[in-house]
Design a protein around this ligand. Structure first.
Ligand SMILES: [Zn+2]
Length: 145
């Protein structure tokens, strides 16, 4: 029996074929982007906007900062391994939206190979599995790696 693939967090990203995307929000008053989606107050302190539209965010960005995560993080970053194995986490700047988004780097990414400014792209990968389901999450992958 094959497992059913489901997003680990409903509504945070699309899993469409070759072009998955994070789903953020855009303030209809000032155009400020947010991820996860904003629903109540605009992040822009100078804006009183209260309405937001859901928008797919850029699928590529620039590695801004990164770290080797040596401690088991809280949900939704459930590690697929037991015992816990360290993995790299990247903070990726999306130029068009002007925001930085954290995510795991794809498995096999060596922190020693990372440097600020590298181009990265969004991929959808398995976060963890149970008997019936494969839970999906976004991860960052160095372009061309
Ligand atoms: Zn706003």
């Amino acid at each position: 029996m094959s497992k059913t693939s489901v997003p680990a967090i409903e509504g945070w990203f699309t899993t469409d074929g070759g072009a998955p995307a994070l789903l953020g929000s855009r303030c209809t008053t000032c155009g400020t982007y947010s991820f996860p989606k904003e629903t109540s107050f605009c992040r822009n302190p100078a804006c009183t906007g209260r309405t937001f539209e859901e928008v797919p965010l850029s699928r590529t960005g620039t590695l801004w900062s990164f770290t080797n995560n040596c401690y088991q993080p809280p949900a939704p970053y459930v590690p697929p391994s037991d015992p816990f194995e360290p993995f790299a986490i990247g903070a990726v700047e999306l130029a068009a939206e002007g925001i930085v988004i954290l995510g795991q780097m794809v498995p096999g990414t060596a922190v020693d190979d990372l440097r600020a400014g590298l181009p990265v792209e969004l991929v959808i990968d398995t976060l963890y599995e149970d008997d019936d389901h494969e839970y999906l999450v976004w991860k960052w992958k160095v372009v061309g790696s």
